[in-house]
Structure formats: structure tokens, C-alpha cells
Design a binder for this molecule. Sequence first.
Ligand code: IFM
Length: 440
Amino acid sequence: MNVTRKDFPEGFLFGAATSSYQIEGHAFGGAGRTHWDDFAATPGNVVRAEDGAVACDHFHRLDEDLDLLKAGNFDVYRFSTSWARVLPEGRGAVNAAGLDFYDRLVDGLLARGLKPAATLYHWELPSPLADAGGWRNRDIAGWFADFAEVLMRRIGDRMWSVAPINEPWCVGWLSHFMGLHAPGLRDIRATARAMHHVLLAHGRAIQAMRGLGMSNLGAVCNFEWATPADASPEAAEAARLYDGYYNRWFIEGLFKGAYPANVLDGLGPHMPAGWQDDFAVIGQKLDWFGLNYYTRKLIAPAPGPWPAHTEVEGPLPKTQVGWEIYPEGLYQFLKRTAAEYTGTLPLYVTENGMANADVLVNGACDDAPRSAYLEAHLAVVRRAIAEGVPVKGYYVWSLMDNYEWSLGYEKRFGLVHVDFKTLNRVPKASYHALARALAR
Ligand code: IFM
């Protein structure tokens, strides 16, 4: 890998990221049922109806996995915490084994000299809360703040950083409009509510954690660059709308106290009563902002009801999940985010990486495309820093192969290969290359 730690400013942090349902094994340790268990058990939603019951069995292999982070020369580990592991019913009784698990995780990181960076919610909503309307129900903001408080009363004293919610676009649009993630709805009214309540819940959780005296709190959004499919004004308009509901909705809600007008054209009639009054809560002061970035989409107008557009296949090389490799989009987002929204606030690339059809040959895995992908994206991070964007860290998605949601276990995003029969871990060539690049 043609990059080293020395190419970045002193103090720049390198991390790896994972999430609870994707690696822990939800059948273990008293975790409650989640809407992902329900979604996966419904035919047609997930490849081979696979779920996160065992996943990478991280619950039982915690020390081995933390050793991999340490040996990879990372500075920080971005993990998430499962609501249903801590509060199996979503509210009320606490699962002591769940709190103990996160306590061990945090202490294990600190013992290895790694900074703990937690995300409170990475999509495994407890099923009883889904029964009560889930993200459609405004009360979720209070339920979530209560969860944040219960968990952070136990581990908040040792956190390096915390963000409430991973990728609000996935919680809102992907799950309620496109129906591709749990709860699998395709309903514009549900979408409008989820898109708003997810930000309200973010704000309430920040308030709860500030109330505990915590600092270094942020937000993490996933951004996808929208390129017009051709030079027509209609395609430009379509791409602007995609950018509106994918990217700008969330960052404008958080930092400008408003939603983009072109998105309200469609969602406005379905918004919950009084939504305009919630921005004071949503816009809690943050200490940093995180961008998850993978790809871009080509957008063209299409007949039919709002949003009346479609994705067109692009010409660039693609990853195992069919996403075009487009590092320029990350550069553009870093520049735009600082220039239009966050100013001098520290930015982190909280996820970046690629799925690759990795195989073990004689016990080794040569994933050269992943090293090239990471190198190309790190190069644009350096470019943005050189131009004054305050990027302070970069996290690879993901430490290890894991449950890629509706795509099951066959899409491999890891630096470490996982054999899902034996659960053996084998670091890939990209892991070794990165470890060398990050060596002090
Ligand atoms: O695996 C996901 C992760 O859960 C959230 N960000 C994108 C990753 C790759 O699709």
C-alpha cells in the first residue's frame, strides 16, 4: 500500500468499524428479538433467509477480535451496541449480561491502548418496539434516549466518542420507502415519519448523554454522490432530488434546522404534526461529524409518482455489491460538508471500504482490489486535508467479513476473512498492508 501514517497530520486516527448485529451473534447472551430477525425470517427479504443469530460469534470471540485490532496497529475501534441486547423488550428490564458484554468490550479496548468509539444504534430495533410502530412512532425518541442513558450510565465514563445513530438514511428511506431493510415497508407516510423521528431520536440521545456529563459526541451519516445520468436539465433536477433525500435531508436537519424544499415537495404532506418545532432538539451542538462513504449513483428522470427518477448503471469498475468505485465523491463530500455545514468542526470518515469476492488459497487471501480501493480513498482524504478540510480520522469498513444485511454472508467487506462454517479468522493481504502502513 503506497501510503503510511506519516502522510497524515500528527494525531490523525485510523480505525476499523463493525456493528453489533452484523458480528456479535444475537442468539447469545440474552439479547432480545429484533426486527431484523423478523425481516430475515420472512421469505424473499434476505439471501437464503440468513440472519444474525450467530454472525461472526464475536460475543464469544471478543478477545481474539480485539487482538486483531491491536495487531493491525489501529488507534480506535468503532463498534455499535445492540438496543435489544441491553433492553430485550426495548424498554424496562435490563439484560445484565448485555451490559457486562459492552463493559468487557470497552475495558478490553482500553487495555490494548485502543480508543472506544461507540454507535448506539446500528439498526437492530427490538421487536416489541417495532410492534409499537418503531420509527413511525414519535415516542421512539424517548425510548431511545432512555436506552442511551441506561447504557452510558454503565460505560459512558470510558468512551472516547459516541454517535447515537448509524446512517439515518438507511433507517428512514431504505427501510420504509424502498423496503430493502427491516421493517421492509414501502410506504411514503411511514418514510416521512421515520426520516424525521430518526433525527429527533438522535437529538434526544445527545441530550441524555450530555446530561451524564459526556463529551466528544457526534453524528454519522452515509452519503452517496448523485451524478446526473446525462446533460439534460431533467437529469440534473433528478440528481438534485436524490442528493436531497439521501444526503442533504439529514445534514441540513442537523446543522441548519431545516429540510430541503425539493424533498418536502414529496414528503411534506406526510410529515408528523409539529415537525417544524423539533429542530431545537435535533440541532444539539455536536463535537464532530462522521461521513460514511462508498459510491456514487447515476440518476435519470423516470415516469411515475414522486420522486420520479431511477438509477442508471454507471461505467466505472464495480465492487462485489455492484457499487462503482468513485473516490472523487468522498473528496467532494468532505469539501462540501465543511464549506456548507460544519465549518471547523472535526470530520471523520467513519466508514469506507469495499466488498470483494475474497477466497482463501492455501490459507491466505489476496484481496489486492481492497488495498487499491483504500489507497485511492485515503489519497482524496489527504487532498482534502491539504486544502484545509479538518478531517481528523478514517475508519475502514469493516474489520472482518460479516452479515451484509439483506445480502446475507456472501458479500465480503472485511480486512479479515471469516469462514462462516468454522468461524476461523484469517487476516487478508489488505489487513497486513494496512498494519504495515500504520506501524509507528
Ligand atoms: O455493512 C454496511 C454497514 O452496516 C453500514 N454501512 C454500509 C456497510 C456496507 O453496506
